[in-house]
Design a protein around this ligand. Structure first.
Ligand SMILES: Cc1cc2nc3c(=O)[nH]c(=O)nc-3n(C[C@H](O)[C@H](O)[C@H](O)COP(=O)(O)OP(=O)(O)OC[C@H]3O[C@@H](n4cnc5c(N)ncnc54)[C@H](O)[C@@H]3O)c2cc1C
Length: 468
């Protein structure tokens, strides 16, 4: 193999593999290095895909147990086969990771297996599993090494009793008692999975609300829905220690306001308090600049402090740690390297929580707008008044459209609904094109669909809904 490349991408997550494919499409000779045996990074192997597989299966299990009968579907006794559910998850991962291998071949991306290190701005070494090291010359390097889970001081993740999301995606048995530290999207998605499969779940969250960063309206409504589903919440509480005694975890926590101390004993503890940038040793050795959160600092062209070394995805200091943000950056950086005008609009990056119902948002929240002193108007439409949601027995939640008070331009949309994850794309497109609430209100939406609630919420901005 000729060891000279135009672009070497380190990491094959959604940032890295997309960047490699786009670079190759643009005529750049491209290689992608990955330490894992399979491509696709955190997202495909231990993140988005396995979590969505378990959310999907566990939702059917729960529905078969509690809803099918009401729909006239009579079954025998429903029985959980967890190992089969896990095999189905593994098969989905395998199919998708193989799919990226296929895309690499199709797009002529060279796949390098091993640990990649940047030796200099034009040299990357790859050490494979047997310790063999090969150096490659390249004109450009893209670091896409992603992120890893963090823990709390004094709490050591062993992936047996005290687990990260990785461990919680592969329990061999349904834990009787599961404590989840952290009420963000990863904690709540996995709480939902195990609650549906039979665990008693307690979520301990330091803040006085769940899903920080989302609209308070949405966060309050979502909490009520999860309460009804039987998830226990201990908000405004700080976990002070987790100890393992006789194969059980003992979790101590203290209320931030009352200072009341509590203790729960459980079979498993999921630590879901966030993720940190996976900054490899080479980045430190080359003195590539990091921000104060120890993420690689990049400019609007994804350039690090060293020329021709770029960085994208979870490892950088821009945007949320989400797969689709990483993908957008992968495309943009490839286009910039090829001399085109790659760009990412960080104001329009949707975020979705794939629980039941789903929660989705794009753009600004009311709280952000208040802080920024921007005057706005709000239209809110409940799914109780949406015909499709009603026939499907999915009436929880609402759509909330926030528009500029003067110009009517859509500034943010939040949705709680069974179909929120797909519906948010409409809001994203509207915002990307600078649409007004009136534009959405005057767009014909198919009937009967959940999406009609987006139109009605947009009409509600002008206080003229039809169905409410
Ligand atoms: C449980 C869970 C659920 C999630 N669900 C969602 C979701 O539903 N939607 C969503 O948008 N996001 C989700 N995420 C977040 C998403 O997975 C990340 O934002 C995304 O994977 C980041 O992509 P990336 O390319 O930056 O890095 P990663 O996907 O982390 O990939 C980085 C890759 O680089 C490799 N690597 C690191 N160092 C080296 C090296 N030196 N040499 C070679 N290879 C190296 C790693 O092995 C890894 O494969 C979830 C995350 C978790 C943990």
């Amino acid at each position: 193999m000729n060891n000279n490349f135009d672009v070497i991408v380190i990491g094959s997550g959604p940032g890295g593999y997309v960047c490699a494919i786009r670079s190759s499409q643009l005529g750049l000779k491209t290689a992608c290095v990955e330490t894992r045996d399979t491509l696709g990074g955190t997202c495909l192997n231990i993140g988005c895909i396995p979590s969505k597989s378990l959310l999907h299966s566990s939702e059917f299990y729960q529905k078969a147990n509690s809803e099918f009968n009401d729909l006239g579907i009579e079954t025998g006794k429903i029985k959980l086969n967890l190992s089969k559910m896990m095999s189905n998850k593994s098969q989905s991962i395998l199919n998708l990771t193989k799919g990226i291998e296929f895309l690499f071949k199709k797009n002529k991306v060279t796949q390098l297996h091993g640990k990649g290190s940047v030796l200099a701005k034009d040299t990357v070494s790859v050490i494979d599993g047997s310790g063999k090291k090969i150096s490659y010359k390249t004109k450009n390097i893209v670091i896409a090494t992603g992120s890893i889970p963090t823990s709390l001081p004094g709490i050591k993740i062993d992936e047996k009793i005290i687990v990260s999301s990785t461990g919680a995606l592969s329990f061999k048995k349904v834990p009787k008692e599961l404590v989840v530290i952290g009420g963000g999207y990863i904690g709540l998605e996995l709480s939902s999975v195990w609650k549906r499969l039979g665990s008693n779940v307690t979520v301990i969250e330091f803040l006085d609300h769940i899903i920080p960063g989302m609209d308070t309206d949405i966060s309050n409504e979502f909490k009520k829905i999860l309460d009804k589903q039987g998830i226990n919440f201990k908000l405004d509480n700080k976990v002070t220690s987790v100890n393992i005694i006789n194969n059980k975890a003992v979790v101590d926590f203290t209320n931030n306001k009352s200072k009341k101390r509590e203790r729960v004993e459980c079979d498993k503890v999921l630590v879901a308090v966030g993720r940190k940038a996976n900054v490899n040793q080479d980045v430190h050795e080359l003195d590539i600049q990091l921000d104060n959160q120890k993420k690689i600092q990049v400019n609007e062209k994804f350039e690090t402090s060293i020329k021709n070394i770029y960085a994208i995805g979870d490892v950088v200091n821009r945007g949320p740690m989400l797969a689709h943000k990483a993908e957008e950056e992968g495309i943009a950086v490839a286009e910039l390297i090829a001399g085109q005008a790659g760009h990412v609009n960080y104001d329009v990056i949707p975020a979705v929580i794939y629980t039941s119902p789903e929660v989705a948002m794009v753009g600004k929240t009311e709280e952000q707008l208040k802080k920024e002193n921007i005057k706005y108007k709000v239209g809110k439409f409940p799914f109780l008044a949406n015909s499709r949601a009603k026939v499907n027995n999915e009436t929880e939640g609402f759509v909330k459209v926030i528009a500029d008070e003067k110009t009517d331009k859509v500034l943010g949309v939040s949705i709680i609904s069974a179909a929120a994850g797909n519906m948010i794309a409409e809001a994203s497109i509207a915002m990307e094109f600078g649409a007004s609430a009136e534009d959405i209100a005057r767009t014909c939406h198919a009937h009967p669909t959940h999406s009609e609630a987006v139109k009605e919420a947009a009409m509600m901005v002008d206080k003229r809904p039809i169905h409410f």
